[in-house]
Design a binder for this molecule. Structure first.
Ligand SMILES: [Zn+2]
Length: 433
C-alpha cells in the first residue's frame, strides 16, 4: 500500500507536507517525495492522502482488555465496594470464550481510535493470545500472578501455564504477540512468590508488568507489611531486574522515583482511571525530571470507561500543567511521545513507535478536514489538543488494515457483539440469583 500527498509526523515530531509513504509487507519501505519513489515496484493500493494526517499508531501500555465486558457495570462506588461487590464476582464467572470475545471487542475499540498495541494483563492466556492473533492486533500480554499463601512460585498453576504460553505463543504472528511475566501487585502476593517470579523472568530475559503504588492504602500498607515502600520492596525482590512496566506509581516518593530511574522502569500512567477511582495523580513532573520513561495506559474499561487513548493523551498533556502550576510543562511533542515511541520502547519493540524507514508499518490516518481539526496553525497541536479519536479513518498494524472508515476487515463485529451481550446477560442473571 502507498500513501500519497499526505501530511505526516516524523520521528522528531515535525509535520511534513505532501509526503509519500510506501509499505511493503509489514514494513515501511519508503518515505519521501512522490518523484523520488523508485520505479518498477507495484505497491498495491494508492491511498489519496489529501486532507489526511499520517501518524504512528498509539501504544496503550496498561490494559486489561477483556474487561470491556464490565463497561458501565458498577459506578459511583468506593474502590473497595466496586471491587468486592461488582468486579470480582463478575470476573469469577468469565469463561475462556467470554474473555476471547471481550478481548476482540476491546481490539475493535482500540483500533477504531488509532491504538495498535497494548501491554495487557489478565487471565485465560490462551484466549488473549488467540484474540490477538486472530484480530491482527499487537500486544505484550501477560497473565498476572496473585498468591496469598506460603507456596513457592513454581508450585503455582500459573507457572506451568506461563511456560505453555511461552512455548505456544511467544513471538507468534511475526512477533506481534509477546509474552511478558506479571505480578499483579505487592498487596496480592508474598515476598517468596515475588522473588521466584522475578528470578524466572530474569532467567528467560522477558519483560515484567506490575501494578505499583496505585492507592495510598497500598503504599502505606506495604510499609507496614515489609517496612518498605512498594518500589523499594519490588527492587529488593528482584522484580526490576527485568525491563519493567509499572502501572500507576501515584503515591511514589522521591526515593522511589530514584529507584525507578535507576532500574529503567517505565511508568504506565493512567490518568482517567486514577481520577475516576480517586486514587490520586502520578507525580509526572518529578518523574520526568529524573528521566524516567513514561507511557500512557487506559487501565480497564471498568475504570475508564473507554479504550480511547486520545482522551488519555489530552488529559495527560493538561493535567500535569495544573499539578505543577506551570502551563509550559508537558509539550505536545512530549505528550505524543508518551502515546507512541515511549510505549513501543517499553515493550522492547525498537522497530516500532514512529514513522521511520524499516520500521513496522503501524500507521494511523486521521481526517484533518473535520471541524475540530480546522483551521490548522500547527497540526501537532491539533493532534494533541483537538483530535478526539473519532477522526481516525484507518488503522494499520504490521501492514494489515484492521480498521477503515467504520469497518473492521479482520473482525466479525456482529458475531462479537452477539457473544459479548450473551455473556453479559448470562453473568448478570447468575449474579442476580
Ligand atoms: Zn490495572
Amino acid at each position: 500500500m502507498l500513501f500519497k500527498n499526505i501530511q505526516m509526523i516524523d520521528p522528531a515530531f515535525r509535520v511534513l507536507e505532501d509526503m509519500t509513504v510506501a509499505v511493503r509487507g509489514d514494513t515501511i519501505a519508503y518515505i519521501g517525495s512522490w518523484k523520488g519513489l523508485p520505479e518498477g515496484e507495484d505497491w498495491g493500493e494508492i491511498y489519496d492522502g489529501r486532507g489526511k494526517l499520517l501518524i504512528p499508531g498509539l501504544y496503550n501500555i496498561h490494559a486489561h482488555t477483556p474487561m470491556t465486558l464490565l463497561r458501565g457495570y458498577g459506578e459511583n462506588l468506593s474502590l473497595h465496594d466496586w471491587l468486592n461487590q461488582k468486579i470480582f464476582p463478575f470476573e469469577a464467572r468469565l469463561t475462556a470464550e467470554d474473555i476471547y470475545y471481550g478481548y476482540l471487542l476491546g481490539v475493535a475499540e482500540m483500533v477504531r481510535f488509532g491504538t495498535v498495541s497494548s501491554t495487557d494483563m489478565y487471565f485465560q492466556g490462551d484466549s488473549l493470545a488467540r484474540a490477538i492473533l486472530d484480530s491482527g492486533f499487537k500486544s505484550n500480554m501477560s497473565i498476572s500472578v496473585t498468591c496469598f499463601d506460603d507456596r513457592d512460585y513454581k508450585e503455582l498453576p500459573i507457572y506451568k501455564e506461563t511456560l505453555a504460553l511461552l512455548d505456544k505463543y511467544h513471538l507468534a504472528g511475526g512477533g506481534r504477540v509477546k509474552i511478558d511475566l506479571s505480578l499483579h501487585g505487592e498487596y496480592t502476593s508474598t515476598p517468596k512468590v515475588a522473588a521466584g517470579l522475578a528470578q524466572h523472568c530474569k532467567s528467560l530475559g522477558l519483560n515484567m508488568h506490575v501494578h505499583l503504588s496505585e492507592t495510598q492504602s497500598e503504599h502505606e500498607g506495604s510499609k507496614m507489611r515489609h517496612g518498605k515502600t512498594p518500589p523499594r520492596y519490588f527492587a529488593d525482590q528482584g522484580i526490576f531486574d527485568s525491563p519493567t512496566t509499572a502501572a500507576h506509581c501515584v503515591w511514589v516518593d522521591e526515593d522511589d522515583l530514584d529507584i525507578l530511574a535507576d532500574k529503567g522502569v517505565t511508568i504506565a500512567t493512567n490518568p482517567i482511571s486514577n481520577l475516576k477511582l480517586a486514587s490520586g495523580i502520578c507525580p509526572i513532573p518529578r518523574a520526568k525530571a529524573k528521566g524516567i520513561n513514561i507511557g500512557l495506559g487506559t487501565d480497564s474499561v471498568a475504570s475508564n470507561n473507554s479504550l480511547n487513548l486520545f482522551e488519555e493523551l489530552k488529559l495527560y498533556a493538561l493535567l500535569h500543567k495544573t499539578t505543577a502550576n506551570d502551563p509550559t510543562l508537558i509539550t505536545p511533542e512530549e505528550a505524543f511521545a508518551c502515546a507512541t515511541i515511549n510505549g513501543a520502547l517499553s515493550q522492547r519493540r525498537e522497530n516500532c513507535g514512529s514513522i521511520a524507514l524499516g520500521h513496522k508499518a503501524d500507521l494511523v490516518v486521521l481526517d484533518t478536514t473535520v471541524p475540530n481539526m480546522q483551521p490548522c496553525h500547527h497540526q501537532l497541536f491539533n493532534l494533541v489538543y483537538s483530535a478526539d479519536g473519532g477522526d481516525v479513518r484507518l488503522t494499520m498494524v504490521d501492514g494489515q488494515i484492521l480498521y477503515r472508515d467504520g469497518k473492521w476487515p479482520t473482525l466479525d463485529m456482529d458475531n462479537i457483539l452477539k457473544h459479548v451481550n450473551a455473556s453479559c446477560r448470562r453473568i448478570v442473571k447468575e449474579l442476580d440469583k
